[in-house]
Design a binder for this molecule. Sequence first.
Ligand SMILES: [Zn+2]
Length: 357
Amino acid sequence: MSGLKETVIELANAFGPSGFEAEVREVFRKMVADCAEITHDNLGSIIAAHQGKATAPKILLAAHLDEVGLMVRGITPGGYLKAVPLGSWWPPSLLAQRMLIRSKKGDYTGVIGAKPPHYLKAEERDRSLKLTDLYIDVGARSHDEAAALGIEAGDPVVPAVKAEPLGIEGNLLGKAFDDRAGCAAIVQVLRELDNSHPNRVFGAGTVQEENGLKGAATVAAVVAPDLCLVLEGAPADDFPDAGSIIQGKLGGGPQIRFFDPTLIANRALVRLAIATAREMGIPYQLAVREGGGTDGKEIQQFAAGVPTVVIGIPVRYAHSHHCIMNLNDLEAAVKLVLGLIKVLDQETVDRLKSNPW
Ligand SMILES: [Zn+2]
């Protein structure tokens, strides 16, 4: 699928922690500007509409623009930056990692520091690291030196990582594949659609998913969708010693998520997605997740309810600096969504609404 790799890399490299999605939104906008009609909600989400043969039903494709990041809370007298999380981090994954701080004067690199091992007491070594143990070090030796870089409370911070291909064909290493993989899938779907689909498609990049699914709620209010497919860079579960049930294997195809603690998918829609994948010869993985949640939680509950299913692209080490994803999974997700859009006419969507089981 031409341009898909470049698309996901450009989206992943863009700066966009929760609440600061302007740059990634602009990348998304440029990518779909000539194939869709663009609108926004009032929080910063972008909605790209593509008209098919009918104005209804309205099919919402949702992916979140934001990535997990930090926000500067203040500068210590010694010139170190303390920060609060934008989204959820496992603190040990932050230690010794490079960060990019965006101040009013420009972008600066820092590294996450903590008390060095040489100075740790025995009991400190055994206890788990908390975010409050960590700080960002931009190399400053005083408050004024850091402040001279324009850094102040409220500045956003993201992992300083640029995506790159790995030696294994099709695999990419980079930040923010949760959920720039989903954004890339939507961009590609909008590019590939002709106007023969029996519905109106809305490809949305939502804001502040990692901060409580805020854009999902407002985008649903703007679009008032009849049905929703959430495209998510979902955590892979094929790590060593993962146990006997693997539902998110890298390269195993998109995950059709039946359940997570925030969303029980419309079962008839899950069945339709499986049937579509089988008919098209697309590999897929059915996922019943013990944890996690997505924009689907908010969108499903909009107004009288919206049949919703999450389609996941497996991402190893989501919510860390260095994630791994596979381009074949992304391409298969695009094909599955295109296949579903083709069959989601008014009659089919009405049937899914009236009999979700
Ligand atoms: Zn996500």
